[in-house]
Design a protein around this ligand. Structure first.
Ligand code: SIN
Length: 540
C-alpha cells in the first residue's frame, strides 16, 4: 500500500491543476486510466470564459450564467465562479498558456447565450490541447507529483463513511493495488460515451460518478445532459465538435434547402442557448426529411477559416469539406453532463475525505444548462478551492453538502431520492454499444416517461445480473450502466421541461420543480459521513 497527502483521479485540467497546486504543500499521486492527455479538456475548442474584457464584468458574467442555468443554478457557486475566474485564468497565463491575441491584447470571442465577447482561446480552436499540454509539462516536472498512467480505479477504500483511498487496476499487469491519502479528489470528467452520438473521447465513461455513488455519495442534477448543436454529421464518422465559436464568428445555420431557420425560433438566432439550437436543428431536419442541417461559414473564406479554426479545418478536409466554400453538415451530439457528484463550494462531497472537481462534480454552477466555456473555468476555480480547503486543515468547520441549511437561496428544497437496489428483469445482452443506442434514443434530446422507464429497467436488470469490475472495459460498462440508471431515474422524476432536459410529455417548465434532485444509493443510506439524506421518493 502506498500513502500520499493527496490522491487525484483523472488527468484533465481539473485533476492536473489541483495536483499542481496541492504539490506545493505535500505529496500527490495522480492516477489516470489512459495517457495523461486522454481527457475531455484536450478536445475543448471554444475556450475558457472569464470576465477580463474591458466591456465585461463578473456581474454581467453572473447574470448570463444564471440565465443559461434556467432557474437551477446555485448563486453561491456562480458568484465564486465569476469572481475568482479571472485570477485563475491569469494563473494559467503565468503557468505558460498562450491565449490568442489581437496585437498585444487578449482576443475574446462570443458564444451562445453570452451577452459579451468573453471567451479566451488558444491556437485558434485548440484551446484545450494548449492548456492541457502546458499543465502536463508543469506536472511532469514537479518532483512531488507521482503520475501513474494506465491505472483505472475500481473501488474507493472507505471506513465508517470516510474515504481513505482507492483500489486501482494496473492496465499492463492486471494487478490491483491500494493507494491511500488524506484526501481523494475525483476529477474523472464527463460521461458522453453514455450516448451513441457524442463529441467526447472514449475515456468519458463517468467512472468517478459511479464510484462515488457506489460508495454512498450524493449525486445531483443527473437529468441535465447538454447536447451540443453542431457536431460534424458525416455518415460513419465520429461526431467531431464544430465549436460554437464558429457561430460566434458569424456562422449561420441552414436547412437542406439552404434556408436559415433559427430566426424563426429565437431572437438570438444561431447564438441562442444550446438546448434551443439543438432541438431546432433536429426539428428542421425532421421537417425537411433530411438527416442533418448545415453550418455556413463561407463568408470567412478558406484561408481565414483555416487561420481561426485550424483543427476544425483539418478534420473537415479529411472528409472532403472545405468550410470556406462548402456547407458543413451538422447535427447535435451529447457534450456535457451538468449533473454529478454533489459538492459544496469547497469541492467537498457528502463523504468525508472525498472531493470532486470538474465535469464529474456538481457544484450547482451550471444549473439546468451550462453556459458555453464555463466548464474549463469551473475546473480551475474549484480545484483551487479544494486545495485551499485542504491547506486550511482539519480545524475547518464541516460544510459538506448534506449538512442542514445548505440548499441554494432562491430554490425550493432539494428532492432527495433513495435509489433502490436493482431489480432483475428481461434485458438485452450486456454491451456498451447497446446501452449507448438505448440511452441516445430513450434519454436523448427529447424524453418521455415510457422511454425513460424502459431505459431504467434495462440498466437495473443488468446491474441485478451482475457487472464485473475486473478490467477497464468491464469497469466502463459498470460505470455507464450505473449512470444510465441515474439519468433515467432523475429524468423520469422531473415531470417538466427545463434547460437541457426536455420531456415531450411535459413540455413546459413548472415552478414547483425549481428544485434539484439529489440521489443516493439506498443500500448505502446510513453509511454517509453526515447522514442527512432523507429516503424520500415523494415530491419533497
Ligand atoms: C464549443 O467550442 O462549442 C464547446 C465549448 C463548450 O462546450 O464550453
Amino acid at each position: 500500500m502506498s500513502r500520499y497527502d493527496v490522491l487525484v483521479v483523472g488527468s484533465g485540467l481539473a485533476g492536473l491543476y489541483g495536483a499542481l497546486l496541492a504539490s506545493r504543500h505535500g505529496s500527490v499521486l495522480v492516477l489516470t486510466k489512459a495517457r495523461l492527455e486522454d481527457c475531455n479538456t484536450y478536445y475543448a475548442q471554444g475556450g475558457i470564459a472569464a470576465a477580463l474584457a474591458s466591456t465585461d464584468s463578473p456581474d454581467i458574467h453572473f447574470r448570463d450564467t444564471m440565465a443559461a442555468g434556467a432557474g437551477l443554478c446555485d448563486p453561491r457557486a456562480v458568484r465564486i465562479l465569476v469572481d475568482e475566474g479571472p485570477a485563475r485564468v491569469r494563473d494559467l497565463v503565468e503557468l505558460g498558456v498562450q491565449f490568442d491575441r489581437v496585437g498585444s491584447q487578449i482576443a475574446f470571442t462570443r458564444e451562445g447565450a453570452h451577452s459579451q465577447p468573453r471567451v479566451l482561446h488558444a491556437g485558434g480552436d485548440a484551446t484545450g490541447a494548449n492548456i492541457e499540454s502546458t499543465i502536463v509539462r508543469q506536472v511532469r516536472s514537479s518532483p512531488r507529483v507521482t503520475l501513474l498512467e494506465d491505472h483505472i480505479v475500481c473501488d474507493l477504500v472507505r471506513d465508517s463513511g470516510r474515504v481513505l483511498g482507492v483500489r486501482a487496476i494496473d492496465g499492463k499487469t492486471g494487478q490491483i493495488q491500494e493507494y491511500r491519502a488524506a484526501a481523494v479528489i475525483l476529477a474523472t470528467g464527463g460521461a458522453g460515451q453514455l450516448f451513441l452520438q457524442t463529441t467526447n473521447p472514449e475515456v468519458a465513461t463517468g467512472d468517478g460518478i459511479a464510484l462515488a455513488f457506489d460508495a454512498g455519495a450524493e449525486i445531483a442534477d443527473m437529468e441535465f445532459v447538454q447536447f451540443h448543436p453542431t457536431a460534424l454529421a458525416v455518415p460513419g464518422a465520429p461526431r467531431f465538435l464544430i465549436s460554437e465559436a464558429v457561430r460566434g464568428e458569424g456562422g449561420l445555420l441552414r436547412n437542406v434547402k439552404g434556408e436559415r431557420f433559427m430566426l424563426n425560433v429565437d431572437p438570438r438566432a444561431e447564438l441562442a442557448p444550446r438546448d434551443i439550437v439543438a432541438r431546432a436543428i433536429v426539428l428542421e431536419a425532421q421537417r425537411t426529411g433530411h438527416p442533418c442541417c448545415y453550418l455556413d461559414v463561407r463568408h470567412l473564406g478558406t484561408s481565414q477559416f483555416r487561420r481561426r479554426f485550424p483543427t476544425i479545418s483539418q478534420v473537415c478536409q479529411e472528409y472532403g469539406i472545405d468550410p470556406g466554400r462548402d456547407l458543413i453538415p451538422v447535427a447535435p451530439a451529447a457534450h456535457y453532463l451538468m449533473g454529478g457528484i454533489r459538492t459544496n463550494v469547497w469541492g467537498e462531497t457528502s463523504l468525508a475525505g472525498l472531493y470532486a472537481s470538474g465535469e464529474c462534480a456538481c457544484t450547482g454552477a451550471h444549473g439546468a444548462n451550462r453556459l458555453a466555456s464555463n466548464s474549463l473555468l469551473e475546473t480551475i476555480v474549484f480545484s483551487a478551492r479544494i486545495v485551499e480547503r485542504l491547506v486550511g486543515g482539519a480545524g475547518a468547520p464541516d460544510t459538506r453538502p448534506s449538512s442542514e441549511g445548505t440548499e441554494p437561496p432562491g430554490l425550493l428544497p432539494d428532492l432527495h431520492l433513495a435509489v433502490p437496489a436493482p431489480r432483475p428483469g428481461p434485458a438485452p445482452v450486456q454491451s456498451i454499444g447497446t446501452l449507448r443506442e438505448l440511452t441516445w434514443s430513450l434519454a436523448g434530446l427529447t424524453r418521455d416517461s415510457t422511454g425513460l422507464a424502459k431505459l431504467e429497467a434495462v440498466a437495473s436488470a443488468w446491474q441485478a445480473q451482475g457487472l464485473s469490475r475486473e478490467d477497464r472495459s468491464s469497469l466502463e460498462l459498470w460505470s455507464l450502466t450505473c449512470l444510465a440508471r441515474l439519468v433515467a431515474l432523475a429524468a423520469l422524476r422531473r415531470e417538466e421541461s427545463r434547460g437541457a432536459h426536455y420531456r415531450s410529455d411535459y413540455p413546459r417548465s413548472d415552478p414547483n420543480w425549481q428544485r434539484r434532485i439529489v440521489m443516493v444509493s439506498e443500500e448505502r443510506l446510513g453509511v454517509q459521513g453526515s447522514g442527512q439524506i432523507r429516503a424520500s421518493t415523494g415530491r419533497g
